[in-house]
Ligand binder design. Structure first.
Ligand SMILES: [Mg+2]
Length: 157
C-alpha cells in the first residue's frame, strides 16, 4: 500500500511553506484543483491561495494545475489564478503530469504533486516519482464517484 502513502501531510495547501518545497528539491508543483485550491467546482479559491501561489512563484517554483475536472471548469479557474493547467488529466494516469513536466523541462524528481485524494493525487504522484503532499479535503464532496472513493480511502488515510 506504499503507493497510497504521501511523503508529507498538511491540513491545507497554504500550510505548505515555500521552504518545505525548496528543501525537498521541488522546482515544479503539480496542483490538484477541487478541494485543494477551492471547494469542488468553485470559482473562488480558498483564502490565502492566491498569495501562496505568488509566494512559490517568487521562489522560482513553477505551479501548474493538473485536474481531472473538465476544461470548462478548469480553464477560467486557472486563468483567474494566473496558472497554467492540464484539464481531464485522468489521474492517477501519468499523462497530464508528464505533459506539464515536458513543457517546462523538468524531471519527476523535480516535482511535487499536491492534492487531497489518495487514489488520484497520491497514487498518481507516487507512480510518477514525485514528492507527494496530501492535504485534507476541505469541502463537502458533491461528486458521487468521489464520495464512493472517500469510503474506500477512509481506512487508508
Ligand atoms: Mg481534489
Amino acid at each position: 500500500m506504499s503507493l497510497l502513502k504521501p511523503h508529507y501531510r498538511f491540513n491545507r495547501i497554504t500550510d505548505i511553506a515555500a521552504e518545505n518545497l525548496i528543501s525537498a528539491g521541488v522546482k515544479i508543483v503539480l496542483l490538484d484543483a477541487d478541494n485543494t485550491l477551492s471547494f469542488h467546482g468553485s470559482k473562488k479559491p480558498f483564502p490565502g491561495v492566491p498569495e501562496w501561489i505568488a509566494e512559490i512563484k517568487e521562489c522560482g517554483i513553477v505551479p501548474v494545475i493538473i485536474s481531472n475536472n473538465s476544461e470548462r471548469r478548469i480553464k477560467p479557474f486557472a486563468k483567474k489564478l494566473g496558472l497554467d493547467y492540464v484539464s481531464k488529466s485522468a489521474k492517477p494516469l501519468l499523462k497530464g503530469f508528464k505533459t506539464a513536466l515536458e513543457k517546462y523541462g523538468f524531471e519527476p524528481k523535480d516535482s511535487a504533486v499536491i492534492g487531497d485524494q489518495l487514489f488520484t493525487d497520491v497514487l498518481g504522484g507516487n507512480l510518477l516519482g514525485a514528492k507527494v503532499f496530501l492535504t485534507e479535503p476541505l469541502g463537502p464532496e458533491t461528486d458521487r464517484f468521489i464520495k464512493i472513493k472517500r469510503i474506500f480511502e477512509k481506512p487508508l488515510r
